[in-house]
Design a protein around this ligand. Sequence first.
Ligand SMILES: NC(=O)c1ccc[n+]([C@@H]2O[C@H](COP(=O)([O-])OP(=O)(O)OC[C@H]3O[C@@H](n4cnc5c(N)ncnc54)[C@H](O)[C@@H]3O)[C@@H](O)[C@H]2O)c1
Length: 435
Amino acid sequence: MFPGIARFREPQTPMPITAFDIKDPALAPAGRERIDWAYGEMPVLRTLEERLGRERPLEGIRVSACLHITTETANLARVLKGAGGDLVLCASNPLSTQDDVAAALVTHFEIPVFAIRGEDSETYYRHIHAALDHRPVLTLDDGADLVSELHSHRPELAAEMIGGSEETTTGVVRLRAMAKAGALRYPIVAVNDAQTKYLFDNRYGTGQSALDGIIRATNILLAGKVFTVVGYGWCGRGLALRAKGHGARVVVTEVDPVHALEAAMEGYEVMPLAEAAPVSDFIVTVSGDKHVVDRQHFELMKDGCVVANSGHFNVEINIPALESLAQSRHRPRPSVDEYRLADGRRIRLLAEGRLVNLAAAEGHPAAVMDMSFANQALCAAYLVQHAGTLSHQVHTVPPELDREVARLKLAAMGIIIDRLSAVQRAYLGSWQEGT
Ligand SMILES: NC(=O)c1ccc[n+]([C@@H]2O[C@H](COP(=O)([O-])OP(=O)(O)OC[C@H]3O[C@@H](n4cnc5c(N)ncnc54)[C@H](O)[C@@H]3O)[C@@H](O)[C@H]2O)c1
């Protein structure tokens, strides 16, 4: 079908699972139930499973995916495997793995997984290297740790590589920096930057799931509380919107004047974090930036303040600074660490500063990951179809794929929209007609 890529393909014998590293295979039945439950909310992915299963665009293609091991990821994996992909998975965060899902992937879908919830840093990277031992020609990444490790420690793999895709804002930022420095050695498609990804996943996904994580972790009422959102990008917009819906008094802190202005006109209080810290009941970071909540903010926080992060890495909250200020720490609830400072104030850090929606809840709901992962599946096929033709840069998702995902989602939701008439199409493409 695409003769140029024949050299990337393996003989088409099914790969026996020779290696995996998961917590407990006995958890598989529960994981399988939850994966199928999530699939019920993923109509676009189901459509693609049928289509790509027929076309087999990934036949024999070795794929390594570094993603959050959740029910939604399992459904993406089944689609990629059904499309012919020879797939292995590792975790993109030590605290986001759902061990029952990992077990079901190995046992029911025969997909090797290297991920255990709560793994230490050494194990996390060992698992990434296990995924690289698969000698992928396609990578799927969420945060760019897989691509970064490949370039830093396994550069010989880059020569064979067809391409990769990146799921999240922070990963795209890292990969653009690599491309700018001339260090990126194969093409990447920025799935995050598809409209059908960030407008929905980052906004409505994070809006719902970060609150879900905070509520599950604390069970504290949001109504009437001061809820500060640090960073008013796509995730921040969703989080502020949903916190407002719970009756919280929402404060936004920003460094970008346009985003700050938008937040102010949306009706939120906008102020520096140093002003927000003393009055906040909750402070939640979604900035993709480092140490946005720092020592000077902890010094100002009121007793009992809940601090959480829903940005990609656990660097947004300066945890070492909090530890150095604290006299003691204890864990009153599973995802809560309560630090007591010298003056008696308590600061409650959720999920060790890692993505609160994945570490304290289950991540985004399946219906929104349906669109993100439909983009992933279509981009994997697109990369293979264009093997050898794309430059070693970060590419945007082709707009026709983006629109295809929106069309499929609308159809699944039973929503019909109008079409341009011939007159309207001509008008919108012309410049002569005025008042
Ligand atoms: N939790 C999840 O499941 C999930 C989902 C999608 C994205 N993410 C991650 O969330 C983070 C944010 O993603 P996004 O798409 O909203 O990014 P974005 O670029 O749209 O928004 C980030 C915002 O933070 C602001 N910011 C940066 N430094 C700041 C500072 N010091 N103080 C206040 N504001 C600051 C920026 O000006 C920007 O408006 C990224 O790390 C991304 O990878 C997480």
